[in-house]
Design a protein around this ligand. Sequence first.
Ligand SMILES: *[C@@H]1O[C@H](CO)[C@@H](O)[C@H](O)[C@H]1NC(C)=O
Ligand SMILES: *[C@@H]1O[C@H](CO)[C@@H](O)[C@H](O)[C@H]1NC(C)=O
Length: 460
Amino acid sequence: MFRFLLLCQLFVFCKQEFIPTGHLQPLGSHRPPEGAIKSVELVPTPQEFYNEYVLKGQPVIFKGAAKLSPGFQLWSDSYLREKYGDVILRVDYGKKENRARPADNMALGEFLSIYNDSDRYLVDTLPEEMWPEFSLPSCLLCGGFTSRLQDAVLWYSSGGSKSFLHMDTVDNINCMISGVKHWFIVDLEHTKLIDMDHGEGDYCSVNVDKVDMFKYPSLQNLPWWSARLEQGDCMFIPYGWGHQVTSLFRNIAVNIWWTPLQRFNSTDCEVNLEKLGSSQAKLSNFKFTTGEQLRFMALQVIKDNGGSVSFETINPLIVGEHTGERLITQKRFAMLDKDQDGVLTEDDVMSVPADVVDEAFGQTPPGEVNIRGQSRHSDPEVTSLLASIGVQPAIVEEFMLRDDKTLEDYERFLSYFSDPTNDHSDLLHDEVRKFIEERINELTINRGQKKDSEHDHREL
Ligand SMILES: *[C@@H]1O[C@H](CO)[C@@H](O)[C@H](O)[C@H]1NC(C)=O
Ligand SMILES: *[C@@H]1O[C@H](CO)[C@@H](O)[C@H](O)[C@H]1NC(C)=O
């Protein structure tokens, strides 16, 4: 074996003999988990939660904590249809996450009539109408967490959905109203080593059903933790921990995101002790803010740059994830630079009110801000074509915006719209058809040339 290894260092082709464990297998096949995420029967007090889990960055499962939400009993399909059937929500295509596909909107009632037999996945902010039926876990009710709430997101599918391996720049509690979720979880330090090839969205586009260990060598020895979240459980996932989630059965989850809390406010717990009562926990009693998360992001850039940043440094770093637009202009920089000395420090950013931070980021939602200057890569020709002809049917946009389309993909797509037995041909804009035909031509010519050159090599 040893001699074989030595030989392999000399001959690159040996790599093919040396298949890493878990190659082309589902994520997590490369080695057993370090263990299961700790699980507790009682939700801790806010102070205990802060000391034991938030401060230490330690995930934990609160068994049965989601059962305290009224929605846990109420949210059958028929109840939801009757009460909220008209609410319009964002529904993704494909349970396997594909961030290049735009979602489209439909009424909850419509989603409910198709979701059991389709590949659609509802992912959107929990509609405000439903807030009285979801309760915050009691460990968040005082100490400062509730003034840093970012979002409550509803995840709804008939099971079988799979996320990308990704991380979030917020603290998170995920509560299972229905179904089960399996989690592949990576601690903060090891997450930093994962090749997040889509830095704009903090995710790794590895195929989680069939991991290519050569393309993603950072996954070959990655230690990981497992968690199984049962119906009625909630789990805390700290900021920066990588995770990949697989959902089973009729699956409804609500997760709460909040900006990491730097200092626990014990006075707040003394003053607001009565808030710990369950009727006070309803989400409708709280408000979401964006300024604190944006402040947190600005502080990170400052910290990463040794404690202070100039306009020239920060300007290219803070961009819109979708547009690449530089959000911190000279004028907005001045709004954050409290002492007007031309550099931003922690003191500057801490001393401006949250709504000013919001304004300085152009009111951009924190989820769409990237602090490493990365924005979504997309074909500029496609984007400008779509912009010039206006809104297209979702099926067309979804296809056009998807990365890495092959000749076969284009041909299949075009033949679908040319088939007289489905009357969709009118859905395809002439400009889009022309664009696809040109691409098919180019790809056919390229492929012909590639064949020729392969042929040449063989003759050599
Ligand atoms: C979908 O399937 C679940 C069981 O998996 C069932 O409880 C639910 O009523 C079904 N919904 C509809 C609208 O058929
Ligand atoms: C701590 O909480 C109290 C009571 O809610 C509040 O008045 C005070 O402003 C808070 N302190 C900080 C630093 O946020």
